[in-house]
Design a protein around this ligand. Structure first.
Ligand SMILES: C[S@@+](CC[C@H](N)C(=O)[O-])C[C@H]1O[C@@H](n2cnc3c(N)ncnc32)[C@H](O)[C@@H]1O
Length: 287
């Protein structure tokens, strides 16, 4: 294994595979249909996985989701949480799901029952399609980890929430990722590099600061550790894809990456997979 020396830059050099790249261009929209289906499956599977559902439920509590609320879900993806929020906001509530990807918006519309009171809109960039104070609650759920500059998004969330309303963020921090694998150095290399070089992957540690910078006080934060012993579709996604970044970066040989994956797959096949990452929920009330 060779470790590439740091170039001293603190700016991440890569964008996430499912980011909005600006200029109206979502990377998901440019994928071939097979790759796009895998994104749909990963998001839908992750949001409904038995290890993930209790974490999102804790997040909804911290956000203070309640019946009758008007809620906007920023970066709604396939609408996993948009639908859950609509159920919690009933009766009398309404939820708007917003995403820069037309393909994800189409998938969210396709998979959302008509009677849930959910609307979806494609948004370009961070500008939210709503007037000031239109919502009681704005949430962003694993959205900021795919964004190069999250501050304008959080500012927009604050703008569209009424005084006394809530802004709530939920995201993981890849710097907390652990996987039980034989080669600890390769494990550390893969996740250190991914966290440092792919913009947004350290989002978890930055959520509270983003809310404070947007002039929200009394920020509440809750760490929510996810443990997976089943090798869920989300962890499979991570184990298959993240080493590729280290290979492309020249930090790890393709053979070493494949040996690492094979070891993790073999542990999973033997019923001994163990992976964990900490999510953070952060929320505050608009004065
Ligand atoms: C990991 S997905 C999360 C989707 C959904 N919230 C969930 O948890 O299943 C990240 C989402 O952020 C969206 N996204 C990327 N860049 C964005 C931006 N600048 N503003 C809003 N959403 C963005 C992507 O299109 C994608 O749907």
């Amino acid at each position: 294994m060779s470790v590439k020396p740091s170039d001293g830059s603190s700016e991440p050099r890569y964008r996430s595979d499912i980011c909005y790249a600006g200029g109206g261009e979502s990377r998901v929209d440019r994928m071939d249909p097979a790759a796009r289906s895998r994104v749909f499956e990963m998001l839908a599977g992750r949001g409904t996985d038995s290890s993930q559902v209790p974490l999102r439920a804790r997040f909804y509590k911290l956000a203070r989701v309640a019946p009758g609320q008007r809620i906007v879900d920023v970066g709604c993806g396939t609408g996993v949480d948009t639908r859950a929020l609509a159920r919690l906001a009933a009766p009398g509530g309404s939820v708007l799901g917003v995403d820069p990807s037309g393909a994800l918006i189409d998938e969210a519309r396709r998979t959302t029952p008509a009677d849930l009171g959910v609307r979806y809109e494609r948004a370009e960039g961070e500008k939210l399609p709503a007037v000031d104070g239109a919502f009681d609650l704005a949430v962003a759920i694993t959205t900021l980890s795919h964004v190069a500059d999250p501050a304008p998004i959080v500012r927009e969330m604050v703008r569209v929430v009424r005084p006394g309303g809530r802004v709530a963020l939920f995201d993981h921090d890849m710097g907390t990722f652990v996987v039980d694998a034989a080669d600890r150095d390769v494990t550390r290399l893969i996740f250190d590099l991914y966290t440092r070089e792919v913009s947004g992957m350290d989002a978890g540690r930055r959520l509270a600061g983003l809310l404070k910078t947007a002039s929200l006080g009394a920020v509440e934060v809750e760490p929510l550790p996810l443990v997976d012993m089943e090798f869920s579709s989300y962890f499979q996604w991570v184990i298959e894809r993240y080493p590729t970044r280290a290979v492309e970066d020249g930090a790890l040989s393709a053979e070493a990456a494949e040996a690492w994956r094979a070891d993790v797959r073999a542990r999973a096949a033997a019923g001994r997979f163990f992976g964990s990452v900490v999510y953070f929920a952060a929320a505050a009330t608009k004065p």
